[in-house]
Design a binder for this molecule. Structure first.
Ligand SMILES: Cc1cc2nc3c(=O)[nH]c(=O)nc-3n(C[C@H](O)[C@H](O)[C@H](O)COP(=O)(O)OP(=O)(O)OC[C@H]3O[C@@H](n4cnc5c(N)ncnc54)[C@H](O)[C@@H]3O)c2cc1C
Length: 501
């Protein structure tokens, strides 16, 4: 167990928010608003805020959600484009920090490496690396806004003959600032959101871009500018207009998702029809845009104003669906016999999933086996007191869920204040059947399901992906199955797992 630091030597915070991405900044704002007297500090490992939107620097980097739902409930999105690029999102987040006076709460270059819950003190002892030093602090509650993937590495499968390739190989997570692809032949390996973003952006300057995929993805054009949202903001003013367009877009996202779940064959036919209209005559839609799974079994890829289809129509990019046999000196050899010539190969092959940003969690000295925990209301974990995890929606905008979780945390803290509790914890019935946290087919999720917490068969143990259900739950009673509170400092427990039954 990490030795208990001398009390006078360490800093204590009421809530420690880890991560200054869209989740962590949102959490800090909700807490500042609802619990202004609580001492809240945000620790961020990187030297800037924004997380995902600061890390990824590849050409064309943008959201695929509309910002009326990806933005915060408390801060209207005022830009013309609903699908926004990373700079616009960073500007928005910078404003959220400034407008809510949060900047002084954020400490950059602070990586949390360990958090050890002490039942008898009802606090976390947190180990932080900063500037080559190790700092210890204590926290009454941890909000882990650490995202869902590793920042220090992306996912790249093993490609036979990779070392033979004489050109440049680039992973989008580490885009070289000085990469000049003007007039070059680029092969982008992948078919996900990153690949479909990169292809039209690279095609502006490259001699030719080929999107090389093993399996197709559903791709749908979406308008970059949401005309209805623009009109609503003009008619109703920025605040009310934003609130209404947000509601409209939430309903629209849900309707599309439900339709795909209920009528997958019809949805597939409709998507095919839309694709066919956008692609040049004779294009093999069934080979390149007809996935083996149903729509929304994996995230649909949105392409603003159909930019991917446009560059294919213009002959500046094409799609090849085949298996890679080996990289060669000059490109990629495919199983079907074709050889793709390339000067640059971009491996848009995905992320390595990670919850808790690599933080080692302990409860009273015992390591937490995250894969043995069950999520409660999508945020607390069985056996892990005073900690909220922030995992957003995978079938809608991430932030919609994070907003709900933040408000739930604020309610929990208010309840604890009202009753003098210092500890909240959840206990799952050991006989409860559980299943993986995410019912989502994406490769990066499937590869890591074994390391994630699990979910139960019913609320509050189910990982809901439905905004309206979550809102109802939030507006319902706070007290729910499995949730317990305690005044630990009064009833000190010595040794063992303390509060966790
Ligand atoms: C290219 C790309 C595009 C995406 N587009 C969309 C989209 O359009 N819509 C959508 O809903 N979702 C999208 N997503 C998912 C997206 O990541 C989330 O929606 C959202 O940005 C996640 O925000 P976050 O704050 O939870 O996590 P992140 O943005 O990952 O931020 C986490 C932060 O925590 C910090 N951190 C992690 N571990 C530690 C630690 N141990 N100590 C200190 N700090 C730590 C990180 O440095 C980082 O700053 C996209 C993802 C990617 C990769």
């Amino acid at each position: 167990m990490t030795p208990e630091p001398a009390p006078e030597a360490i800093e204590h915070v009421d809530v420690l928010v880890i991560g200054a991405g869209i989740s962590g900044i949102g959490a800090a704002r909700y807490l500042a608003h609802e619990h202004p007297r609580r001492r809240v500090v945000v620790l961020e490992a990187r030297m800037s805020f924004g997380g995902t939107w600061d890390l990824f620097r590849y050409p064309g980097i943008r959201s695929d959600s509309d910002l009326h739902t990806f933005g915060y409930e408390f801060k209207p999105w005022r830009e013309k484009e609903a699908i926004a690029d990373a700079d616009q999102i960073l500007r928005y987040l910078g404003q959220a920090l400034a407008e809510n006076d949060l900047a002084q709460q954020v400490r950059y270059g602070h990586r949390v490496v360990r958090a050890d819950w002490r039942s008898e003190r009802a606090h976390w002892v947190v180990t932080v690396e900063h500037g080559g030093r190790t700092i210890t602090m204590t926290a009454g509650w941890i909000f882990a806004g650490t995202g869902y993937y590793r920042y220090d590495e992306g996912y790249t499968p093993v490609f036979q003959g990779r070392e033979r390739f004489a050109g440049q190989i680039v992973h989008p997570q580490f885009w070289p600032e000085d990469l000049d692809y003007t007039g070059k032949r680029v092969v982008v390996i992948g078919s996900g959101a990153t690949a479909v973003t990169l292809v039209p952006a690279l095609a502006q300057r490259a001699a030719h871009v080929t999107m090389l995929q093993r399996t197709p993805t559903y791709v749908l054009p979406v308008p970059r500018v949401d005309r209805l949202a623009t009109l609503l903001q003009a008619w109703l003013g920025p605040d009310r207009g934003y609130a209404v367009s947000r509601r409209v877009n939430i309903a629209r996202q849900r309707a599309i998702w439900s339709f795909c779940q209920r009528r997958p064959r019809l949805a597939r036919r409709l998507i095919r029809w839309v694709n066919t209209r956008q692609l040049p005559p004779g294009f093999d839609v069934d080979r390149h845009f007809n996935p083996p799974y149903d729509p929304w079994d994996q995230r649909l890829c949105a392409v603003p104003d159909g930019d991917l289809f446009r560059v294919i129509r213009e002959g500046r990019a094409d799609v090849v669906t085949d298996r890679i046999v080996t990289f060669t000196e000059t490109g990629v050899q495919l199983a079907g016999g074709e050889h793709l010539e390339a000067d640059v190969i971009v491996t848009a092959t995905g992320l390595n999933l990670q919850v808790f940003g690599g933080i080692e969690l302990r409860v009273d000295g015992e390591p937490v086996e995250v894969a043995q925990t069950v999520v409660h209301r999508g945020t607390m974990l069985s056996g892990v007191p005073n900690l909220s995890l922030s995992v957003g929606y995978t079938n809608s905008s991430w932030t919609l869920k994070v907003g709900i979780l933040c408000r739930y945390l604020c309610q929990l803290l208010a309840h604890m204040d009202a009753h003098g509790y210092d500890t909240a914890y959840v206990v799952a019935d050991p006989g409860m059947p559980t299943r993986p946290l995410l019912d989502f087919g994406a490769g990066y999720v499937q590869r890591s399901l074994g390391e994630l917490p699990r979910q139960g068969p019913h609320a509050p143990w189910r990982m809901s992906m439905n905004y309206h259900d979550d809102r109802k739950l939030l507006d319902g009673p706070l007290i729910s199955e499995g949730l317990h509170f305690r005044r630990s400092r009064e009833h000190a427990v010595s040794g063992g797992r303390g509060v966790v039954a």
